[in-house]
Design a protein around this ligand. Structure first.
Ligand code: ZN
Length: 325
């Protein structure tokens, strides 16, 4: 199960958060700020679980309240997001939410309000929330998370306990994963895919790791145009996975770029990809990354996935031809 300790490196306040929620000494509002993928929403959910958990070691992850928080069906946990198709959290939505703050709780007497994309509250919503934050009800906690702290009114920020979240370096993530007992052969790959978030690194499924390694192996075995159809045939029917395939490939190329730039050995890559990293200079790797961006645009424009794959693989074969190896 996900736990606070998975996020220790993301913020210096993780242990304090855990104990405040376990002991019921939490304050009325928290604001978690930091880049995407640093565990803010996961930690907010863990706080909610801990406040409501009935297990012995909170959060236990298995009691009724914990499971209801995870399934977003707990009657005392309210999540506020923009309405379907809307960009902003409207003031009407905020008023509805705050009405709940005045109603008695259903279960253990704690009410939790989660606002996962707090930057989407418009000014009127924020001002409405502010009145509640200025006169907090007991046993009520607001957990706001945001990637754009500057989009929030300074008055709202000052009414919350601000906790900053940071990405980890690959090395820090790897060290955390080792400490959590992840097998050594998976540490590097998981750390890279998750881009500095231990929680995400743990959540990466084995099949994604396998796919990533197969892709790196096969894509970089393309040395000439004649090698392309075989690889395209293996992947062209995975249209539904096209986003994850491009994400994984971009991550693979990022590791290659670091190697080409002399920053770090491509330790998580198979031999074919290492050969490419050695044979092709940084300039070629950068051109390949550009090609991935083009491929993403092709996907957005509903170009056949076969053509998307071809455009990427052609670039790899061009680079092999261009540079002696
Ligand atoms: Zn529990």
């Amino acid at each position: 199960m996900d736990d606070f300790e998975n996020y220790v490196g993301q913020s210096v306040h993780i242990e304090r958060l855990r104990s405040e929620f376990a002991e019921g000494t939490f304050t009325h509002a928290y604001l978690f700020a930091g880049p995407v993928g640093t565990g803010k929403k996961s930690v907010a959910r863990l706080c909610a679980m801990t406040a409501l958990c009935r297990g012995e070691h909170r959060p236990c992850g298995v009691c009724g309240p914990c499971r209801r928080v995870l399934a977003e069906t707990h009657p005392d946990v309210h999540v506020l997001r923009p309405a379907a198709g809307k960009r902003e959290i409207a003031v009407g939505q905020m008023r509805e939410l705050l009405k709940e703050a005045d109603v008695h709780t259903f279960e253990d007497g704690v009410k939790v309000f989660l606002i996962p994309e707090a930057e989407k509250m418009n000014a009127a919503s924020q001002n409405t929330l502010l009145k509640t934050l200025e006169e907090p009800a007991s046993n009520t906690v607001f957990l706001l998370t945001t990637v754009h702290l500057s989009a929030l009114l300074p008055t709202v920020v000052s009414r919350c306990r601000l906790i900053r979240f940071h990405p980890l370096t690959d090395e820090e993530t790897a060290a955390r994963l080792r400490a959590l007992g992840v097998p050594e052969e998976q540490v590097g790959v998981r750390a890279r895919i998750a881009e500095g978030c231990v929680g995400q690194a743990l959540a990466v499924e084995e099949k994604v790791i396998t796919l990533r390694n197969e892709m790196a192996e096969q894509f970089f075995a393309v040395h000439s145009l004649a090698d392309i159809p075989d690889i395209v045939n293996r992947y062209k029917d995975r249209k539904d996975d096209r986003q994850i395939l491009l994400d994984l490939f971009e991550e693979i190329v990022r590791e290659i770029l670091l190697s080409q730039a002399g920053r770090q050995e491509p330790v998580t890559l198979p031999q074919t990809a290492r050969n490419y990293a050695r044979a092709v200079p940084l300039e070629g790797g950068l051109a390949l990354r550009e090609r991935i961006l083009e491929a993403r645009k092709m996907v957005q424009s509903n170009v056949a996935f076969q053509s998307v794959l071809e455009t990427v693989l052609i670039k790899i074969s061009e680079e092999y031809t261009r540079w002696p190896w």
